[in-house]
Design a protein around this ligand. Sequence first.
Ligand SMILES: Cc1ncc(COP(=O)(O)O)c(C=O)c1O
Length: 463
Amino acid sequence: MNFRETDLQHLWHPYTDIDKFERMNFPVIQSAKGVRLRDVTGREYLDGISSWWCVNLGHSHPHIVNSVVQQSVRLQHSITGGMSHTGVIKLSEMLAGVAPGSLNRIYYASDGASGVEAALRIAIQYWWNLGQAEKKNIISLSGAYHGDTLGTVGLGFLPRFHKPVEHVVNRSVQAPAPHCFHCPFEKNCSLQCFSGMEEILRERALTTAAVIIEPVCQGAAGIRIYPPEYVTRLRELCSELDVLLILDEIAVGFGRTGAMFASDLAGIQPDIMVVGKSLTGGYLPMSAVVATSEVFDSFRSSDSKDRTFYHGHTFSGNPLAAAAAIAALEVFNSEDVLEQSRLPAALLQNAFSLFAGIPGVHRSTALGCMSSLEISEEAGGSNTATRMAVMALKMGLIIRPLGPVIYLWPPLVTGKSDMEEMLSIFGECLKSSLRQTRSDNAQRKLLGSHKPSEFARQEHRES
Ligand SMILES: Cc1ncc(COP(=O)(O)O)c(C=O)c1O
């Protein structure tokens, strides 16, 4: 089969510009092991983005694969509405064991966005259950990303992605987000950025059901890492004003920040936590909303009021996904993945502090196995970041730009030599893309042209 041609005839790729894609020599992946993906021609690629931030434990881990294979001959699907199955019971006990504080009631959804949707409905119905239906609004952070369903798009709204549906989206109230790359107070940070959230929350607490944030790092906004103390302050304020706190740990949960959950870094417990992505090691789609008993108990019906949560997914708690999640948690513990992640985290920290000194790099940051840098506007911003990602792919490293930000988000189990190889390719592509942008700019100046560079398109064509 000619995979490329057949793909171009039938597939509709997410977050992919159709014309650029059609010109591109894109990889068609056939297998993967550890931190490497292999395409149909046998070419290998280092997975610098953990396959959209979820394959934290590396690809083809034998324990997770075996667990899914064994489960697949036992039970493939059985519903969790009005009945249960052994896998989802075992997983729930394990999740309650690792979840922050007393979070112990687990509701399953299918992916990150559907998990967030469920969390929002739980928060809104919680207040309705208590007879306080006026507490129905949600506060989020500007630039937040919580998924691509219409409900979750309203929480963040990234104009670049969501403009075409702006007119139908119900926008939440958004507080100004911490943005350390462009902070006016960075030299003497005492979380002045929190005042925007505080003002909005104090003003609206009586009508607010919950605040939802991506703790410690706003991912899709551009890997904006911010201090855990912001989350601690928010917890205190939500408790004071009687507003639920929802932490969306879909991207940062399960060790990404160097702690099991980002809330551990902040030393707090949310009322509701949403996890997904690496819950199953990234092997099968599943998300979970983890709530306190207090939230759960409010859903008990009484003679006068039916408080049942009428919200569900066909594949809620699917046995195959549950088997993957159980095995992923077992690997996490038995292989001490948090400890393993210290090595790639230290290498990232060191490299990104050096990258910060390269002319054209506006700022760089790293926390745990998340790291990012921003290309300054004068150095080409998002054009240079795109150019860099195209170059890296040619050199066997998968990275993706987020506007002018380019990041490395490797599996937590990346070993020394693989991490060094990723960083070496990353550094080489960074310098070389900056150099090429400079030379493009110089040439344009010489020719007196003010037209924006077309290099990204050319490079897609060439690759
Ligand atoms: C913080 C966060 N929440 C929610 C989502 C949505 O998850 P999914 O793509 O599985 O729907 C993402 C996806 O990147 C995310 O980063």
